[in-house]
Design a protein around this ligand. Structure first.
Ligand SMILES: C[S@@+](CC[C@H](N)C(=O)[O-])C[C@H]1O[C@@H](n2cnc3c(N)ncnc32)[C@H](O)[C@@H]1O
Length: 264
């Protein structure tokens, strides 16, 4: 089913998924954005807002004169805030909402959507002159296991990771190499001051990164089984993810920003 997002915000495990993403990446993102612009009074659009933690943070930062739009195909998990408007919006099917933005932020969204280059182009068109776009996506390594209790454990985990990346997510249109392509894509859009930071941590068994993988197993279990993994293998991986002796190379997050020229 190429082109159909593999996850669903209505799944019972979706809140846990978004909470884990927030734990893992909000400290990085909320440090990065203020380094790039002063948020006071800004108009910000959080694209594919998911659980809405960054949208909520932006609404706090922009102050009384600022404004935040948070969009997602399934916006139900985005919290309320007086300066935050949440809308249901599909980036692949609908015209972009009207508006001119000082900041557009999309984290872990465009990698899932095959027309990502065209979507980036349309988002850039919605930037105010001098406005900033920040796109963040991760590119997992093929050899994620840094340490494991046994060689067999490492092999089982490696097969699982490969199935997840090259079958389950690839089948729904996700391109895990996109993170490394954002910088060139922004240059091609004529953006200025394009900068990339790459953020990664090791994930020991029991850490939030491993918890996220456990949640993901439940969210895409039917697809993992259809791709040939057995229930026994999935249980093996699930238990391994609680074992402190497992060390996973966390997926490097490519965080790339660019500015629309002031003179168009
Ligand atoms: C992996 S989550 C990331 C959520 C959030 N940006 C974060 O980093 O915590 C991807 C989000 O993109 C949304 N999404 C997927 N396809 C979309 C589309 N075609 N248009 C808009 N949002 C979409 C999903 O519903 C989900 O909330």
């Amino acid at each position: 089913m190429a082109g159909s997002y593999a996850l669903d915000n209505h799944h019972p495990d979706a809140p846990a998924h978004h909470a884990a993403l927030a734990d893992m990446f909000d400290p990085f993102t909320t440090e990065r954005i203020p380094e790039l612009l002063d948020l006071t009074g800004r108009r910000c659009w959080e694209v594919g807002a998911g659980g809405g933690s960054i949208a909520l943070w932006l609404a706090e930062q922009v102050g009384d004169d600022g404004y935040v739009l948070a969009s997602d195909t399934t916006p139900d998990l985005i919290p309320d805030h007086p300066r935050l408007r949440r809308i249901g919006h599909d980036l692949t099917l609908e015209p972009l909402p009207e508006g001119e933005w000082d900041l557009i932020h999309a984290r872990l969204v465009l990698s899932h959507l095959p027309p990502r280059r065209e979507i980036l182009h349309r988002l850039v068109e919605r930037l105010a002159p001098g406005g900033l776009i920040l796109v963040e996506d991760w590119t997992p390594r093929p050899d994620v296991v840094m340490a494991a209790p046994s060689v067999e454990d490492a092999e089982v985990y490696t097969v699982f990771q490969k199935t997840m990346t090259t079958q389950v997510f690839a089948a729904s249109g996700t391109d895990r190499t996109w993170g490394r392509q954002i910088h060139q894509a922004m240059l091609d859009e004529g953006l200025q001051d394009v900068q990339t930071l790459i953020h990664a941590r090791a994930w020991p068994g029991g850490s939030v990164g491993c918890r996220l993988v456990q949640v993901l197993i439940e969210e895409v279990r039917p697809a993992l089984l259809a791709a040939g993994l057995t229930g026994q293998q999935l249980e093996h991986v699930r238990q391994l993810l609680d074992d402190r002796r497992l060390i996973i190379h966390g997926h490097p997050m490519y965080s790339t920003s660019g500015r629309r020229p002031k003179q168009l």
